[in-house]
Design a protein around this ligand. Structure first.
Ligand code: PMP
Length: 464
């Protein structure tokens, strides 16, 4: 079935956008200056289309989420069928419906090990709020109510709610809303290009792990509830930790009896070539947060995977867990997520990412290393970054300030037909897992062309 292409009055939409809409994470003055938002009207496969006749290769899978690509009729059908049978019912007060039960069982199968249970929410932020309350509740039940502190990393992204921003390590987000809330400690991130440039990787890894241990000791291990981290920091700039980092962090958590939480909101559902990112690193978290790829973004849904020993405690003496959302276990969202996982299994998207497209992307990105602006390319599975530098062989930035060059190159990429994101001075990509070799070649060709075009523009920037 082909979907009819609807015509939209883009000028009218832009006018209404400015008059009534506050888009997320947007500079409203800039939105005004630009005459309204970019309006995406349809998408298919790995391509999005704006209302002004441009086809753009979606190097970001929407917002790191459209893992099975756009235009999946099976997902629309799953939503349609479930909406007619039971569009909505809640999971409050010992109630459930078939889709969340089946989805919980499916997720438990994918998590494996001691992660046996699942709590549903709608967004990644809510998943982390659930983690936050559940971890503290658990320690209270264990008779250690003073264990309230979460340890996180600078540049971590854990969402936009009060707990999400607080757990996250984005200083510019903390500034709005007087955050973080008490009880969150941020430590060094394992970002070797910025914080360990030229340093021996093993020494850098040891330093990053020691920063965590030092903080645990400073706070008092008996006060620490959990360590939380994304297996690969996504919105922080695709920060891939050095080998050995995660097993060492896991060992620290065990040494001090601290819960280990992985935020799998980006890394889950095949992104790193395993169902979950922690499986790539061979570690065993006690809770994981997931969202995005769970439904490939077709409907909002998130979940927290919980270890059996935490659930045992809740079952034994927890009473009501007074937490949950109207849409926890939403039947239609769960039905779509189940179908999404079925598609990923049938098409072998996780294995393909691990064995084929992930390594292919790494090689393709590495071809950019001959360009004068490129300081480093890195990727794992189908998530990657290109660092932009002023002087080859260094990590010096344009104007000596981070974040000046990235947006310039990003805008050129978009003009050239590639949606990527600039995070400070890195261009990051996270394409749908269905991407083919030819589409990866096209993605990297646009990056090359754009980096070449950007060079004179950036060199013309004068220090103030
Ligand atoms: N955690 C991580 C690792 C994320 O990348 C994000 C979103 N980018 C979130 C949490 C928050 O998810 P949401 O925007 O669905 O609340």
């Amino acid at each position: 079935m082909t979907v009819p292409i609807r015509n939209h009055d883009i000028a009218e939409l832009k006018r209404l956008d400015l008059a009534h809409h506050l888009p997320a994470q947007t500079d409203y003055k800039l939105q005004q200056t630009l005459g309204g938002s970019r309006i995406i009207t349809r998408a298919d496969g790995v391509y999005i289309h704006d209302g002004e006749g441009h086809q753009i290769l979606d190097g970001m899978a929407g917002l790191w989420c459209v893992n099975v690509g756009y235009g999946r009729q099976e997902l629309a059908q799953a939503a349609y069928d479930q909406m007619l049978e039971l569009p909505y019912y809640n999971t409050f007060f010992k109630t459930a419906s078939p889709p969340p039960i089946r989805l919980a069982a499916k997720i438990a199968e994918k998590m494996g090990g001691h992660l046996t249970h699942v709590f549903f929410n709608s967004s990644g932020s809510e998943a982390n709020d659930t983690v936050f309350r559940l971890a503290r509740h658990y320690w209270k039940l264990k008779g250690q109510p003073q264990r309230t502190v979460f340890i996180s990393r600078w540049n971590a992204y854990h969402g936009s709610t009060v707990a999400g921003v607080s757990l996250g390590g984005m200083k510019y987000m903390h500034e709005q809303g007087d955050l973080p809330i008490p009880g969150v400690e941020h430590v060094m991130q394992p970002y070797s290009f910025n914080e360990g440039f030229g340093e021996d990787p093993a020494a850098f890894c040891a330093r990053a792990v020691k920063a965590i241990e030092d903080r645990i000791v400073a706070v008092g291990p008996e006060n620490v509830a959990a360590f939380i981290g994304e297996p690969v920091q996504g919105a922080g700039g695709v920060i891939i930790p050095p080998d050995g980092y995660w097993p060492a962090v896991e060992a620290l958590c065990r040494k001090y009896g601290i819960l280990l939480v992985c935020d799998e909101v980006i890394c889950g559902y095949g992104r790193l070539g395993q169902w979950f990112g922690h499986q790539h690193y061979g570690i065993k978290p006690d809770m994981i947060a997931m969202a995005k790829g769970l439904s490939s973004g077709y409907l909002p849904i998130s979940a927290v995977g919980v270890a059996d020993f935490i659930v045992d405690e809740l079952k034994d003496k927890g009473g009501d867990f007074v937490h949950g959302f109207t849409y926890s276990g939403h039947p239609t969202c769960c039905a779509v997520a189940l179908k999404n996982i079925e598609i990923m299994e049938r098409e072998g998207l996780v294995e393909r990412t691990r064995q084929d497209t992930g390594p292919y992307l790494a090689k393709a990105l590495a071809t950019l290393n001959d360009l004068p602006l490129v300081g480093e390319t890195r990727s794992l599975g189908l998530i990657g970054a290109v660092e932009i530098v002023r002087e080859k062989g260094t990590n010096l930035r344009f104007l000596d300030k981070e974040g000046e060059a990235g947006p310039v190159v990003r805008d050129i990429c978009i003009r050239n037909g590639l949606m990527v994101r600039a995070i400070r001075d890195s261009l990051v990509c996270c394409p749908p897992l269905i991407i083919t070799h030819a589409e990866i070649d096209a993605l990297v060709a646009i990056l090359r062309k754009s980096l070449i075009e950007a060079e004179p523009v950036l060199r013309a920037l004068k220090p103030e």
